[in-house]
Write a protein that binds this ligand. Structure first.
Ligand SMILES: [Zn+2]
Ligand SMILES: [Zn+2]
Length: 260
């Protein structure tokens, strides 16, 4: 199996750094070095001001051997994602791919997946309730009509908290909605570098997703070009065990299955 695509990357990292050839070319170089031929830039929507479609176009012309997709990660930031959504709507036709994410639970001032600070939000709480609330928010994102794929679908496990209720009970309706909407699910190696040390999503969820006929993208959630394609050998092994032989790639929101 040869994985060839990485559909979750953050060239700007965690601040606005306007797109330029200097910023983006190292990402393409690293992709090429690692045998990736199809990558999507998916910066956080709160940094949408840095995204420049003309710079992406220039990069494509300079690197015709790599497919470079214009994307964004739209999340549920109660404050900043209002502008993010508007930007996605406005630029929908120029975007190839939109990831939908939940980074916020009850607290509007802190991403629950901040490590380690976000773990505070779980302390002394009913974990099952947090999981239910999290998946409710995932369904809201999936239902916006503005996303093509759900990223790190079980991010709520990031700090290692596990529910007592069966995960199938907690996530079943969410997977149904994803299927109904024809959205993809991301297989993200980022979970392996977080406290939970487990792929997003878990094996159990992958089983359920396969049973519902869902399709997958492969991703690293790279915040540095050096993380592109990180742990892909390990991911390929897992996909082989699951019999996943195709991944989704996107052009102008149109999904296409590619063999791996
Ligand atoms: Zn994210
Ligand atoms: Zn991300």
């Amino acid at each position: 199996m040869k994985l060839f695509s990485d559909y979750h990357s953050h060239p700007q990292g965690h601040r606005i750094q306007p797109y330029s050839q200097n910023l983006l070319q190292p990402w393409v170089d690293h992709a090429r070095k690692n045998g990736l031929t199809d990558i999507a830039f998916t910066d956080h929507d709160r940094y949408h001001e840095g995204i420049d479609f003309d710079e992406i176009e220039k990069l494509r012309r300079a690197n015709p051997d790599i497919k470079i997709r214009a994307g964004i990660e739209l999340d549920n930031d109660p404050v900043r994602s209002i502008a993010g959504r508007r930007w996605v709507e406005k630029n929908w036709d120029r975007l190839d791919f939109v990831l939908g994410s939940v980074h916020f639970l009850e607290r509007p001032d802190q991403m629950f997946d901040s490590v380690p600070a976000g773990a505070e939000q779980f302390a002394g709480r009913n974990i099952d309730e947090i999981y239910s609330d999290y998946f409710h928010r995932v369904r809201e994102v999936a239902a916006t009509g503005l996303v093509d794929c759900l990223s790190h679908l079980d991010l709520v496990k990031i700090h290692g908290h596990r529910p007592k209720t069966k995960i199938e009970t907690l996530i079943g309706g969410t997977l149904d909605l994803i299927a109904e909407r024809g959205l993809c699910v991301e297989l993200s190696t980022a979970g392996w570098r977080k406290p939970v040390n487990e792929l997003y999503p878990s094996d159990e969820i992958i089983h359920l997703a396969i049973a519902k006929g869902l399709r997958f993208t492969t991703a690293s959630d790279a915040h540095s070009h050096l993380q592109l394609g990180e742990n892909y050998d390990r991911l390929a092994e897992k996909m082989t065990r699951f019999g996943i032989r195709q991944v989704c790639v996107f052009e102008k929101h149109e999904a296409q299955l590619g063999a791996v």
